[in-house]
Design a protein around this ligand. Sequence first.
Ligand code: PLP
Length: 373
Amino acid sequence: MQFIDLHRQFDRIEDGVREGFDAVLKHKGFIGGPEIKELQKQLAEYTDVKHVIACASGTDALTVPLKAWDLKETDAVFVPSFTFFASAESITLAGGTPVFVDVDYDTFNMDPADLEAKVKETLEEGKLTPKGIVAVDLFGLPADFPAIRKVADKYGLFVLEDAAQGFGGTIGDKRAGSFGDVGSTSFFPAKPLGCYGDGGAIFTSDDDMAFLIDSIHVHGKGTDKYDNVRIGYNSRLDTFQAVVLLNKMTLFDDELDKRNLVAAEYTKRLKDTFETPVVPEGYGSSWAQYTLKAKDKEERDMIVAKMKEQGIPVMVYYPIPIHRSGAYKHLGAKNLPVTDDLSDRVFSIPMHPYLELEEIEMICNALKGIVNR
Ligand SMILES: *Cc1c(COP(=O)(O)O)cnc(C)c1O
């Protein structure tokens, strides 16, 4: 069994992908081919934002807009510690300093109350200047943007949405990618919208930010491509990846429905045994992961080992919170109790749109047999 099965999806789009690749091989616009423009247009329509800029990875999709905000080392950007490393790494790459915020126990996402507490602490300490927020749509569920926006407005902070896992998620009738001043996503193959290599995209309805981001993602280009007016990156999506993504977009809504069915089947079978994922009223998840909480670390590690023995892949996202990682522990961040607790207890079970009922049943029965409660 696969944790994320890309074979079954490929069977549905194989002809389109091969034809699209052939077309690229004929026109040879390997970088910046017409498929890139078409993809950006479709993503802008899908998320209802004005500008989409495709780039080379989800990490770049965070770093490039952060660079546009012109951060200094004394600028604080607030970010959860319970997320993938790149959410914080991008802040450092862009020249700022991450300040870690705790998450909500039920949703795994940034806790707006702790966000405000950490902003106040930072102001009181006086070493760093609060500048912005990177809020993550963890495991596919959009962060609490209405509450985060209130804190941002109160303290004059920008909001960057890390929708690497969240593409397809919703709050009301709005879609992930559109919740911040800028949004970003990743097309790493295992993400809800993945390509066949590395890739990412940046979303914004702010014309000035779009202009800066477009420049920074190609060597700080000016109106003349060879008059470079600022320092940037070489961060473009290649045309082959756009072909893959255009084909996947034809399936995306159907896959989203299927992911939700899988999640509902899991929850039905597991809710009496485990604390199952919570999707707040009015929210929709893209189910990048289906994550459960064990009783304690010992039980979690036992579940992972025993499931593996039975040939069922189980992953831990994330065993080391970023504030405890080798790269960031020197910052000495503390007072992140929910993050510390969750990283000891969480585990994620196979999640993709093509899981069949028998597989779901087998996985749930195995889990229930292991914990025996
Ligand atoms: C995967 C991921 C990224 C980075 O995306 P890459 O395409 O791998 O660079 C950033 N943030 C989160 C939350 C992610 O899951």
